[in-house]
Each structure stands twice: as C-alpha cells, then as structure tokens.
Unconditional design. Structure first.
Length: 381
C-alpha cells in the first residue's frame, strides 16, 4: 500500500472520529434538571415544575421547548418569567429557568402517567405523575360531624363542605327532607341562603342549622339535605338524636284538691299522674306526708313505666286519726322520679260525726223541755 493511500485512510478515520466526537459533544452540550421528576397528585390539582436548562457549550443555543406524551385532556403551559414560550435562548456556559405548569383534570383514572420535557434534539427530561385517586366529575357534600344529640329545646348546627368537582362554575340549590315541624336553615358566611355559587374545583363552607319542634319525642331522626344543579347533585344525610325532656304532673280527674272526712274514717281519692315530657318515665313512686297519726296507702305504690304523653291512675286511701277534732287538715302527696317531681297539697275537712249531731240536738231539746217544765211549775209563785 502506497504512502498516499495510507494518509488518505488516516484522514478519513480522523474525520469520522471527529464527527462522532462532535456529535457526542453536541448532544451533551445541553442538560435539563428538575428537583422533583416524580410526584403524586389528586384529581383536579395543579403541578408546578421549575426546569433548569443548562448550555454547556461555547456557543449560544436557541432551544425549542415542548412536552410530549402528555394525555390529551391534560393542560400545560411553559413560561419564562411572565412570558409563554416555545423557544428559549441560552448563553454559553449559562442556564435559564423554565416554569412548567400541568393541570390534572378532575375526570382522570387512578394510575401512573409518564411524559417528557423536550429541549430540541439536545435533551429530554422524563417526568412521572402518580394520580392517587380515581377522578370524578361530580359534586361532594360532606359534614365534619353527621350526628348530633340534644333535647328538643336545642338547636343543632352542622358544619358542611360543598365541593364542586366539575370544570365549570355551578349554582347549587339547597333542599331538605326533615320530619314535619322541623326547621332546616342553610347559611353561607353567616347569612341564610337557599343557593350558592361555587367555582370549578373549589370548596365552599356551609352551615346547616336544624331546629326540632318543642315537643319532639325522644329518638333518632334522619334529615337528608341536598345540593343540586342541572348537571350534578349530592345528598348529605344528617342525624339528630333527641334525648327527650322529662316532665310530670300530679292532679285529680276533676282538678278538685279538697274533700271531707270524719275522724277515724277512710276515703279513696283518685289521682292522675301525667307524663308531660317527651321521654319515657320509669319507676314513678308515690309519697305522702300529713297530720300525725294519719295514714295513706297508694294503689299502685309505684308506676314502673309511663310513656311520653300518657297518664296513669293511682288510688290514694287516706285514713284520718280517730281522735282528729273538726277542722281543716293538709295532706301533701307527690309523684317522684329521679328526673322529675310533681306535688299537690290536698285539703281535708274533718266534720263532726252524725251521732254527735243528734246528741247535740237531743241535748238542746232536753234543755228546752227542762226550762219549759221549770217555767210551768214555778212560774206562778
């Protein structure tokens, strides 16, 4: 092989090596960096990346920037400063910052999504987004606490959150399905409302005031409330537990609280025990206090159960002292439970026995007869 051919081959090999080296150098002249290339996100949220574009060459680089592989329903913007960009120019041995904002749609499947940030043909930066929940295109209506307890005089306040999981502004109208006599009021910013506007993919705080009727019976009450639009709606089920109020009233069938009795005799008095509250009464005991040597027996002595709004009849057998002198006496009777008590004062008039009345009349006649006899016998002398 001649010297000329050898030199020709040498220059060809040198040219190929230089070309390959230059290509490799050109490919490595631009580098991309972001501190968080793999993140997790929920449907409807936004991601903000800061990407550093580094020019390691000795020449100014005009670099086209784009994002590839991103799903069609996802939106993204590229900015540098306040400008939306498609190309960026970087000085030799310098770097520029590019802001990448990705809008994750509400209606998206749970899973992992991969795409690339591209810097012309120089470099690409893989980015991975993990969607942690199955996305939706609907409305959510939730409460911090769905269940509250109190008596009928209480006002129950629920703190709720209305979430617009749609891509459009929605006007939500409120409605409730409470039992008859109950009042449900919706409030936004302390003002009573029947509807509210909620921006897309935002939350709105709602206060729900529930007022039961005064005589609501003890028990659990379900109160569904709904926020609805023409396209979407959500129902929140509230629960109110009424513990009930305790009340008792002791009286007589006619309302009369007096009677007459003769010493040593017994009299039956009918009493009515009423449950005036909204909760059942248990173990209602009857008690008596009165004059010394008087007695009283109840039938029954105790009422085991007395449902709300119902009444029971108790018979009191009062016996006066046989030595009681005529006059008015007071007997105190009460119906008592651990929760409530009712007391009445019963006036009893002790009358003179009929026998003594006839004896008195007889004495009067005897006295009159005696006077008449004495007058006849000694009146002329």
């Amino acid at each position: 092989m001649s010297v000329r051919i050898k030199w020709s081959l040498f220059f060809i090999v040198l040219s190929v090596v230089s070309s390959i080296t230059a290509s490799a150098s050109e490919a490595d002249s631009v580098q991309l960096y972001t501190p968080f290339p793999r993140v997790t996100v929920k449907p409807g949220e936004s991601l903000d990346y800061t990407i550093t574009v580094m020019n390691n060459s000795s020449k100014i680089k005009a670099i086209d920037v784009s994002v590839t592989g991103i799903p069609k329903t996802w939106m993204y913007t590229l900015k540098s400063g306040t400008w939306n960009i498609k190309q960026i120019s970087v000085m030799p041995k310098e770097k520029q910052l590019v802001s990448l904002r990705i809008e994750v749609p509400l209606k998206v499947n749970k899973g992992t999504y991969r795409f690339n940030f591209i810097a012309s043909s120089y470099a690409k930066l893989p980015i991975e987004v993990i969607v942690t929940e199955q996305g939706s295109y609907d409305t959510e209506f939730t409460a911090d606490q769905n269940n509250l307890q109190g008596n009928p005089n209480s006002s129950f306040t629920f703190n709720a959150t209305l979430r617009n999981r749609t891509a459009e502004k929605q006007l939500y109208a409120f409605s409730s399905y409470a039992p008859r006599g109950w009042t449900v009021t919706f409030r936004s910013s302390y003002q009573a409302v029947t509807s509210v506007n909620v921006e897309p993919n935002t939350n709105h705080s709602i206060t729900i005031d529930v007022k039961p009727p005064e005589m609501a019976e003890a028990g659990k009450y379900k109160i569904p409330v709904t926020a609805s639009t023409g396209n979407s709606s959500a129902t929140l089920e509230l629960e109110v537990v009424i513990t009930g109020t305790y009340g008792i009233e002791l009286t007589t069938p006619t309302g009369l609280l007096s009677t007459k009795l003769t010493a040593g005799n017994e009299k039956k008095i009918d009493l009515i025990v009423k449950n005036t509250g909204t909760a059942e009464l248990t173990g209602v005991s009857m008690n008596y206090s009165g004059p010394v040597n008087w007695s009283c027996e109840f039938e029954p002595k105790k009422i085991e159960r007395l449902p709300a709004k119902e009444s029971a009849t108790v018979t009191a057998k009062i016996k006066a002292d046989k030595k009681a002198i005529p006059g008015d006496y007071v007997a105190n009777i009460d119906a008592t439970t651990p929760e409530a008590t009712s007391k009445i004062t019963y006036r009893i008039t002790i009358e003179t026995p009929l026998l003594w009345g006839w004896v008195g009349i007889l004495i009067i006649f005897v006295a009159i007869g005696t006077v008449y006899y004495l007058f006849r016998k000694y009146g002329r002398r």
